[in-house]
Design a protein around this ligand. Structure first.
Ligand code: HEC
Length: 292
């Protein structure tokens, strides 16, 4: 393998490796940023929705309970869950992509039914009562989400509506039926309030950024290799070939009157000077021998 090819292959491989490492690092960095962003966004959305429900529970519900006659039930003003669902329906129109769910094992309102992952989460909250919230990455329908979840535990007063259909407000039974959402018991973790922040877009952007970084790096390397090839050819390989040709001629006693003609100020120039001195000495020597 010629010096030029060897040099180009080694430099090429090393630069490509550096390029791959750089693109991978950029991908990891973007993913980490996306994850941090999702965490912050998720925390804000989650706490906002939770705070509005807390306000409802503390300030509105007791007042509403006083004002509304017994046994009547108006979901929009009497259930924090209906209220947060309504708030969320408006929010998600303005900010599509986020998902909020009051995922419940046996809900009154069927769309709140927990899927397999959510059920597992509720069960783990039930087993570990110290766990006040949890977060992480979850795949849903092939898409990645960052989720925030909080357990919902049944307290005594909840049983007025989630105990038995007979005890529940008649209006509620009329709206939601009697098949599901009842027979809950005190202390049971029945549900989780969960916010999903989509990661798909950020992950795609991270992949795209890493790919274009790699493509730009690779293109840069190809151009660099071209430039190195050109300088090696004109600055090293061509003068070396000329020196080899001249040295061969000198060894045959030919072209002894012709100067080598390489005057570069580098190692090749020095070698050319040395060979030129060899040419002059050889010429003198041959002349002396011929004179004898
Ligand atoms: C005055 C009646 C009433 C009381 C009291 C009540 N709920 Fe509900 N709850 C409802 C209704 C009605 C819904 C259906 C919400 C909807 O339509 O989205 C509901 C929904 C829920 C949901 C969402 C899942 C589902 O069933 O659709 C959870 C979880 C829940 N309630 C938990 C509780 C807890 C915990 C308490 C006590 C701290 C409580 N509820 C007290 C009436 C009540």
């Amino acid at each position: 393998m010629s010096i030029r090819v060897r040099f180009i292959v080694i430099i090429g491989i090393l630069s490509m490796l550096a390029c791959v490492v750089l693109a991978y690092a950029s991908y990891q960095f973007s993913i980490k940023n996306a994850m941090d962003d999702a965490k912050t966004q998720g925390a804000i959305v989650f706490n906002m929705i939770d705070s509005s429900r807390m306000y409802f529970k503390k300030s509105q519900r007791p007042l509403v309970a006083e004002l509304v006659e017994d046994d009547r039930f108006y979901p929009e003003i009497m259930s924090g869950f209906v209220m947060t669902r309504g708030v969320w329906e408006i929010f998600e129109k303005r900010f599509p992509g986020y998902v909020f769910k009051q995922a419940t094992i046996d809900p009154l309102y069927p769309p709140n039914k927990a899927d397999d992952d959510e059920r597992k989460l509720i069960e783990s909250f039930g087993k570990n009562k110290e766990m006040k919230n949890t977060e992480g990455v979850m795949a849903k329908n092939g898409k990645q989400y960052y989720y925030f979840a909080r357990p919902i535990e049944v307290e005594g007063p909840c049983l007025r509506c989630h105990g038995t259909p007979e005890e529940a407000p008649k209006d509620q039974v009329e709206i939601y039926g009697t098949d599901h959402g009842y027979d809950w018991s005190k202390g049971q973790v029945v549900s989780t309030a969960i916010v999903y922040v989509p990661l798909e877009k950020a992950m795609k952007a991270a992949k795209k950024a890493a790919t274009s970084l790699f493509a730009m790096g690779a293109a840069g390397i190809v151009i660099l290799m071209g430039v190195i090839w050109f300088f090696l050819s004109s600055g090293v390989v061509a003068p070396l070939a000329k020196l080899q040709e001249k040295t061969t001629q000198i060894s045959l006693g030919k072209e002894l009157d012709e100067e080598i003609g390489i005057h570069s100020k580098d190692e090749i120039g020095d070698l050319a000077k040395a060979i030129d001195r060899l040419r002059i000495s050889t010429a003198k020597l041959l002349k002396r021998c011929a004179g004898k």
